[in-house]
Write a protein that binds this ligand. Structure first.
Ligand code: CTP
Ligand code: MG
Length: 379
């Protein structure tokens, strides 16, 4: 019997609040979507990912060939329908999984599948309900208190016989899980024991919990880096990994990208690998004119060799100009790309005409980096 997996990854991750879709958030050494694919690949002959519009190619590049990537819809159910349309004709069972439940195990998927193979039509994992749950009305008054013992917090992967799932979605209804659509057709839905580690990563606190399942939570290190350069006529401006036409460039041994350099120093500070001046400074002529992206790549290679993985970097540019806002996404993509897809935040501020760069003589940047030790790394 053949099984396909649809991984819903088209959400924007609004509650998480990152500048990239949630499925592309880094958890340990991989993004959430890569974790989810890794868990389902051993059980599914076909994997279909529903991607956020505009991120299809980025996801294709991450997960490699042999996986179908389709643009998601406005709701989760719509995204699943977009995926369902691609399921190959010889498939018997379909697993629907949330990329946000990145740490659900292969074993859980196998158990769902085993139940389908033994004759169940719809199988969903669930955990017992710990808190007492109240049903409330629109004014905030309690209407009912369901018996906690009868409640389950349900998860994914949820498994269905293929035709049943197709029928359930034929109504084009919306629900927060597929089990609900099947249930509303009057079909029996079997709940099996879920996994704590299959939690849905919704906020950064959830990401910390997920990280603790990877056994790496106690090895975080952080670092701060600062860089500043003065404006100089006749040089192109490179800032935050991109070129800024019509802006004045800055002095510097390399391309003068203060945002990239501040990030390099923050990474060196966190990993204890000296600093930018020593690693790429004026006594290293091979780095004269080097791009910010090149220095970020080399810094990443150095900290990777030392056994560290980037959790997140954040950089704030302090300057009267250029205005970063309109090109923020592009700059974040360039920085993240140079850092192997790491999560990056980019902010900008002026200093009200005071101190630092307020006199308009140049550009400065302050960065911070959070990294952790790769527990699988051996020196
Ligand atoms: N999802 C999807 N298509 C949508 C909305 C959500 O494929 N239109 C996916 C998400 O990518 C996620 C899963 O459904 O893997 C569960 O959704 P949720 O955890 O709510 O993720 P987001 O919608 O991204 O988060 P938020 O609600 O905070 O924006
Ligand atoms: Mg959502």
């Amino acid at each position: 019997m053949k099984c396909a997996a649809i991984i819903a990854a088209a959400g924007s991750g609004e509650r998480f609040g990152a500048q990239i879709p949630k499925a592309l958030i880094q958890l340990g050494d991989r993004t959430l979507i890569e974790h989810a694919v890794g868990a389902l690949a051993p059980v599914a002959t076909q994997i279909i990912i529903t991607a956020p519009a505009g991120y299809e190619d980025q996801i294709r590049a991450l997960v490699g060939n042999g996986i179908d990537v389709v643009t998601g819809g406005a709701t989760r159910s719509e995204s699943v329908r977009n995926g369902l349309a691609l399921v190959a004709s010889d498939i018997d069972y379909v697993l629907v999984h949330d990329a946000a439940r990145a740490l659900a195990t292969t074993r859980l998927a196998q158990e769902v599948l085993a139940q389908l193979e033994s004759g169940e039509k719809a199988v969903i994992p669930g955990l017992e309900q710990i808190d007492t749950v109240k049903v409330v009305d629109a004014s905030g008054y309690v209407v009912a208190t369901p018996d906690r013992k009868e409640l389950r917090r349900v998860q994914t992967p949820q498994g269905f016989s293929r035709q049943l799932l197709v029928d359930a979605h034929a109504s084009h209804s919306d629900a927060t899980d597929d089990g609900a659509l099947v249930e509303s057709m009057g079909v029996k839905v079997k709940v099996i024991q879920g996994e704590e580690r299959a939690l849905k990563i919704t906020t950064s606190a959830d990401l910390s919990i997920a990280l603790s399942y990877l056994g790496r939570a106690s090895e975080f290190r952080s670092g701060v880096g600062v860089d500043a350069h003065t404006f100089v006529q006749g040089k192109p401006l490179w800032l935050a990994g991109i070129e800024w036409p019509d802006e004045i460039g800055v002095e510097g041994h390399s391309d003068g990208d203060v945002a990239a350099h501040a990030i390099c120093d923050a990474l060196f500070a966190a990993s204890g690998l000296s600093d930018l001046g020593i690693n790429f400074g004026v006594n290293r002529p091979e780095y004269a004119g080097a791009s910010g992206a090149q220095l970020l790549k080399e810094t990443l290679a150095m900290i990777t060799k030392a056994g560290y993985i980037i959790s997140h970097v954040s950089v704030q540019v302090i300057a009267n100009r250029p205005k970063l806002g309109p090109r923020r996404i592009e700059a974040i993509a360039a920085l993240s790309n140079a850092l192997g897809g790491a999560s990056v935040s980019l902010l900008a501020t002026t200093t009200d005409g005071m101190g630092l760069t307020g006199e308009g003589k140049g550009i400065a940047a302050i960065a911070s980096a959070a990294i952790f030790k790769d527990s699988t790394h051996s020196r």
